[in-house]
Design a protein around this ligand. Structure first.
Ligand SMILES: Cc1cc2nc3c(=O)[nH]c(=O)nc-3n(C[C@H](O)[C@H](O)[C@H](O)COP(=O)(O)OP(=O)(O)OC[C@H]3O[C@@H](n4cnc5c(N)ncnc54)[C@H](O)[C@@H]3O)c2cc1C
Length: 434
């Protein structure tokens, strides 16, 4: 029986454990935290179709509820658009700890899961990854799946041999504070319960303010690209208080600081005997940083590849990257547009909202990870309410053209492993971002 070692036991690692066991591998998982500390103590939004895609039941009832519609707020706060349709229409909000318990219950008995056990380093034979060092000994395996998150030191140590990106750039990181506050007793219940503020307070980032009627609390997230300190966070919190009378300053849960990768998927996510999964491969929707679905789905993809052929060489594992790109090439387009949206003057973002260009459909597409496909003539038709901003319209049309191009080049990924062809494809894709 072939052996798989998985580093990291959060959503990606736990699901990968079940998948690789079902592909016929003996599986060992190493998670550095204790079981109770792995998942955050809050709910997150996911598309529940992922469970059907993976061929497993929905998590138990009571662990999730239908997600409420997002309302997107323009930087000036003058325009608010509620998105009821689109890819996120059927999303659920799921308790993370319950999701992990569910994934654990499916993996238990199929894989040996070591909590409180840190993987120390990868073992190599030439360019091939042959296992890890953990528990003070060498643990050999046919494949190592790296589910250790965005800052994987393992990916970094393998970068020179695999061509993988060592670490994300500062502008590819979304630094967030998330906290929970009591709902203000006297305040009227808001009509828009889940608000996202784009370029909040003129910043390079977003904030959200979610009123949970069931729990009678308010979930606040303040996120900025690159860095965010407590002063900046508190300033943004005060702005949220002004627009949300339901938000009190009585804390229910302490602020948690976290970092989410918000960039396109890695250009190399496989090596010889080595695979990246979830955040370690930067598989999040680049706008909001949602990554749970992809971190789960890539387990199903690797299972399929290794069930057909259990060869763990780079040549065979390349099929995993191809399949992921076939499903999620649109993340490249979304990432391109998001980079523009964060850098452009906030007045221009306001114009998008005030002119009618940013409408329910466009916002649903971006947040759901789909590339927006609009030409200049569509933009002109949509911007009927707008002042005359021909220069900006041309600029937006160009950004949308390049976003669509990024997606289509990502889709041109060579289907068979061929270093020369892959190099040409990768250069073409990188050129778009330069
Ligand atoms: C505030 C916030 C809100 C979010 N909201 C959403 C949302 O609504 N929807 C959504 O889909 N996604 C959301 N995300 C993103 C989501 O959390 C991640 O995309 C997802 O959890 C990725 O899972 P993962 O298993 O790939 O990696 P991670 O969650 O990063 O897990 C990596 C695991 O590896 C372990 N590890 C690291 N190093 C080692 C080592 N040396 N040895 C052993 N173990 C190690 C870590 O302890 C950790 O448990 C949010 C993230 C944050 C921070």
């Amino acid at each position: 029986m072939k052996k798989a070692v998985i580093i990291g036991g959060n959503q990606g690692g736990l699901n990968m454990a079940r998948c690789l066991s079902e592909a016929g591998f003996s599986v060992e998982v190493f998670e550095k935290k204790e079981k109770k500390d792995v998942a955050y103590d809050w709910t997150d939004d996911i598309n529940p179709e992922v469970f059907a895609t993976m061929g497993i039941d929905m998590p138990p009832e009571g662990t999730y509820y239908p997600k409420k519609a997002w309302t997107f707020v323009s930087p000036s706060e003058k325009v608010k658009i509620t998105v009821r349709g689109g890819a996120q229409k059927n999303d659920i909000s799921i308790y993370r700890r319950d999701l992990n318990d569910y994934l654990f219950s499916l993996a238990e008995g199929k894989a040996e899961i070591h909590y409180g056990t840190e993987a120390e380093k990868l073992l190599f034979d030439g360019n091939k990854v042959t296992g890890i060092k953990a528990l003070g000994k060498e643990i050999h395996s046919d494949i190592v799946v790296d589910c250790s998150g965005a800052f994987s030191p393992f990916r970094e140590s393998a970068a020179d041999k695999t061509g993988m990106k060592k670490q994300p750039e500062k502008d590819e990181l979304f630094v967030v504070y998330r906290g929970f506050f009591k709902a203000e007793k006297e305040a009227e219940k808001p009509e828009a319960t889940n608000k996202v503020y784009l370029r909040h307070g003129g910043s390079e980032g977003i904030s959200w303010c979610i009123y949970n009627e069931e729990e009678n609390n308010v979930d606040v997230l303040i996120g900025r690209i690159g860095e965010l300190d407590e002063r900046e966070r508190d300033k943004a919190f005060m702005l949220l208080e002004k627009d949300n009378p339901i938000l009190s300053d009585v804390k229910e849960k302490e602020w948690v600081k976290a970092v989410i990768p918000v960039t396109h998927p890695g250009l190399r996510i496989v090596g010889d005997g080595y695979v990246l999964c979830g955040d370690s491969a930067f598989m999040t929707i680049p706008v909001m940083g949602s990554g749970i679905v992809c971190s789960l789905e890539c387990g199903e993809i690797l299972k399929k590849v290794l069930t057909e052929n259990d060869d763990c060489s780079l040549k065979n594992l390349w099929k995993y990257q191809v399949e992921f790109y076939n499903r999620y090439a649109s993340f490249f387009g979304v990432d391109f547009f998001k980079r523009w949206l964060l850098k452009v003057d906030v007045e221009d973002v306001d114009y998008l909202f005030e002119s009618g260009i940013a409408d329910e459909k466009m916002l649903a597409e971006g947040a759901g990870g789909e590339t927006m496909k609009l030409g200049l003539s569509d933009l002109i038709k949509k911007a009927w309410k707008g002042r005359n901003r021909a220069g900006l319209l041309l600029q937006i049309a160009e950004v949308l053209r390049k976003s669509a191009l990024a997606e289509s080049i990502a889709k041109e990924i060579p289907t068979e492993y061929d270093e020369k062809k892959i190099g040409v494809w990768q250069t073409k894709l990188e050129r778009i971002y330069r």
